[in-house]
Design a protein around this ligand. Structure first.
Ligand code: NAD
Length: 509
């Protein structure tokens, strides 16, 4: 038994791993074989048959049946399921984090942080289960009440990316569950074991509550895109929440739109940090280092562009090169390591191809640029000084490449900043109030997340998370993101004995 399999067993997964889960009922699939290898050293972690598109309908049907029961359960009681889940995640935090490190290659600190994010969102959702408020609105008619209420929406399809293999499911599932919605989850085929682990934990908790219907939580592990496409196309899923690349979001968004469903899209970012001449450089350096090198550059919020004011550009770049030289790369399970591997061979190839293009477009590699010769998929974190006009900087390359640009005035910095197709996360480092407020204003950053003296990466769950433009426009996790998972109903109640029409319209016999 591999270490990963031992962890899965402790978390309640079946000894023979199965690609389909409906609550505590696991079902082996007959799709293509899926061999899971660790990006750390290429070692095989597990192998089993993947699900197929034809498996989706039955799981969605079970979710539909569960919906009819779950929507009748009072929301605070639904919160009780999530509260217990949060407790169970606390118990299994170390095991689940270890599995994330083995399967994705994240360093232990970041894997623990990811599981903590799940726990945090459970806490948030429990509170939310007593706060699914609607508004009461002043009616223009006498003796009338105008109000809104929020009802459960139905089963939610959740498609997730490899880089947050457990947290993004939790962001969606915990909110959906308290809102009264079952969840059908299609994890990334690059991280199926994390999917099995979360499902096993959740199904174990659900089995302890008699009012939880079996089909409330569904899992489908596909080997490629076909299962995700079947999820997007299924009319039994009024909402599909999809996290991943822009091409994936374009495909899923169009399929969901074609059936007039609701799509919540959380797609790629191309996040920048602006550092002005008056900034606290120490703060900026630490934030840029974590933002660009953390998770080996494989976060949607990774800092990919650094826009430096001319006065400090050379000095700040020199400090950054120095810091990059000290980054310890290697086994993510070693506490001293700061950067682990990329997810697979294709990610390494994509990074090297992007660097070739950057050089062709006039880029100068200031640090890194190479694959590291050892088992697994290790690369050097890389700094490239390049013009913001280079087309390569408009792309999200999911790897630790940081492009460095220079600017003179803030207007120019904002123009460079916003001149990319994506709009997820952004930061300015400045001690000047006017620069900070301009950055946050309607003619500042065009991103869904804009920070001052805080890096682009590492959001808290309490805020709504998501971005604009090609990032897809969705919002998940905190604030009022829950409204995506519910249907709004506007009610007008006449408690008088007259029948006035709105807008003063008269229609008397
Ligand atoms: P990916 O797009 O390759 O895959 C994501 C998921 O979509 C997987 O489950 C995959 O099987 C599925 N999928 C892919 N193509 C599909 C299709 N045509 N139809 C249906 N399903 C399809 O992404 P990835 O490599 O796993 O993750 C990296 C990407 O995810 C990056 O672009 C990153 O920025 C983005 N991401 C965004 C956020 C966010 O919140 N904005 C968070 C994490 C990751």
């Amino acid at each position: 038994m591999t270490e990963a399999q031992k962890i899965l067993t402790r978390l309640g997964a079946p000894a023979n791993l199965a690609a389909i889960g409906v609550g505590g009922r696991w079902q082996s699939a007959a799709g293509s074989p899926l061999t899971v290898r660790s990006p750390i050293d290429g070692a095989e972690l597990a192998a089993f048959a993947a699900a197929q598109a034809s498996d989706v309908a039955a799981v969605v049907r079970a979710a539909g049946e569960a919906f009819r029961a779950w929507r009748l359960v009072p929301a605070p009681r639904r919160g009780e399921l999530v509260r217990r889940l949060g407790e169970r995640l606390r118990q299994h935090k170390a095991d689940l984090a270890h599995l994330v490190s083995l399967e994705v290659g994240k360093i232990t600190q970041e894997s623990l942080g990811e599981v903590q994010e799940m726990i945090d969102v459970c806490d948030f959702a429990v509170g939310l289960s007593r706060q699914l408020y609607g508004l009461t609105i002043a009616s223009e008619r006498p003796e009338h009440r105008l109000a809104e209420q929020w009802h459960p929406l139905g089963p939610v399809g959740v498609i997730t990316a490899f880089n947050f293999p457990v947290a993004v499911w939790a962001w969606n599932a915990m909110i959906a569950l308290v809102c009264g919605d079952p969840v059908v989850w299609k994890p990334s085929e690059k991280t199926p074991l994390c999917g099995i682990a979360c499902h096993a934990i959740a199904a174990g908790v659900a089995a302890e509550m008699p009012d939880v219907p079996e089909g409330l939580l569904g899992l489908l592990i596909g080997g490629g895109q076909e299962v995700g496409q079947a999820v997007a196309a299924d009319v039994g899923l009024p909402l599909v929440s999809a996290t991943g690349s822009v091409p994936m979001g374009r495909a899923v968004g169009q399929m969901v739109a074609a059936r007039l469903g609701r799509a919540l899209l959380e797609l790629g970012g191309n996040n920048a940090v602006i550092v002005t001449d008056d900034a606290n450089q120490d703060l900026a350096l630490r934030a840029v280092l974590f933002g660009a090198v953390g998770t080996a550059g494989q976060r949607c919020t990774t800092t990919r562009r650094l826009i430096l004011q001319r006065g400090i550009a050379r000095e700040f770049t020199a400090k950054l090169v120095q810091a990059y030289r000290s980054v310890r790369i290697g086994d993510p399970l070693d506490e001293r390591t700061l950067m682990g591997p990329l997810i697979n061979r294709a990610a390494v190839e994509a990074m090297l191809a992007a660097l070739r293009q950057a050089r062709e477009q006039g880029g100068e590699v200031l640090h890194g640029g190479n694959e590291i010769d050892r088992p697994g998929h290790f690369v050097e974190p890389t700094l490239v000084r390049v013009s913001p006009a280079a087309t390569i900087v408009k792309d999200e390359t999911f790897a630790p490449i940081l492009y460095i640009h220079e600017f003179d005035g803030l207007e120019q910095a904002l123009q460079i900043h916003n001149d990319v197709p994506q709009g997820l996360s952004s930061s300015i480092f400045t001690t000047n109030l006017i620069s900070a407020e301009t950055f946050l204003s309607h003619h500042g950053s065009d991103c869904g997340i804009a920070n001052v003296n805080v890096g682009t990466s590492g959001a808290e769950i309490g805020g709504a998370f998501g971005g604009e433009k090609e990032t897809g426009g969705g919002r998940e996790s905190g604030s009022d993101s829950w409204k995506w998972y519910m249907r709004r109903q506007t009610n007008t109640i006449n408690w008088g004995s007259d029948m006035p029409l709105a807008q003063g319209v008269r229609f008397d016999l």
